[in-house]
Design a protein around this ligand. Structure first.
Ligand SMILES: [Cu+2]
Length: 187
């Protein structure tokens, strides 16, 4: 260190500029410090395959059926739906056409901001009742949502659009783990 720099450093030290102490933090700086750091983001994706793609007609599948997520993160989830069929919501279940539990209560459908679909336009949903999350998905689309998971545990998701078999549409894949129902494990 040359003399000029050394002298400047000594002057600054004496003025308290180079040594931070708690008492030197102004109220404004302390307020800034209380703002929580942005959460780290985890990117995850799901695909919805048609029964035809799987050589099992009538059996659309959400893959993978289990996501393992870290607690405290922002989850940025992209769902690619290859299905071109709708499964209109039954009367009394129209609440599942609304986006809930995501940051801002919206989803991006092919990049467009959407807060609900028409009940007749729903192809599938990813509904995690325990977390208050409902993501309605239209045909042949890419849906993106962001949400937080703040508690550890195993949470179950279920498609609420009757895309299965039988008169109610709740048979087959709708009532089979690994097809239209599965789980999310938060660790
Ligand atoms: Cu479904």
């Amino acid at each position: 260190m040359n003399r000029v720099v050394q002298k400047a450093a000594t002057t600054l030290l004496a003025a308290g500029f180079l040594v931070g102490t708690v008492s030197s933090v102004s109220p404004a700086m302390a307020a800034v410090k209380k703002v929580p750091a942005p959460r780290p983001v985890i990117h995850e994706s799901l695909v919805i395959l048609t029964g035809g793609m799987l050589k099992r007609p009538g059996w659309p599948m959400v893959y993978p059926e289990r996501l393992i997520l870290p607690k405290g993160y922002t989850i940025d989830l992209t769902i690619r739906n290859f299905d071109d069929g709708t499964a209109p919501l039954a009367k009394g279940t129209y609440q599942y056409d609304k986006v809930t539990g995501t940051i801002g209560n919206f989803e991006l459908v092919n990049g467009r901001r959407v807060t609900s679909l028409n009940p007749g336009a729903v192809s599938h949903t990813i509904t995690i009742g325990q977390l208050g999350i409902n993501i309605p998905i239209p045909i042949k689309s890419t849906v993106e949502v962001k949400f937080h998971v703040n508690k550890k545990g195993t949470f179950y998701w279920q498609c609420m659009a009757p895309c299965g078999s039988g008169s109610s549409g709740w048979g087959g894949p709708m009532s089979t783990n690994g097809w239209m129902k599965g789980s999310i494990v938060v660790q």
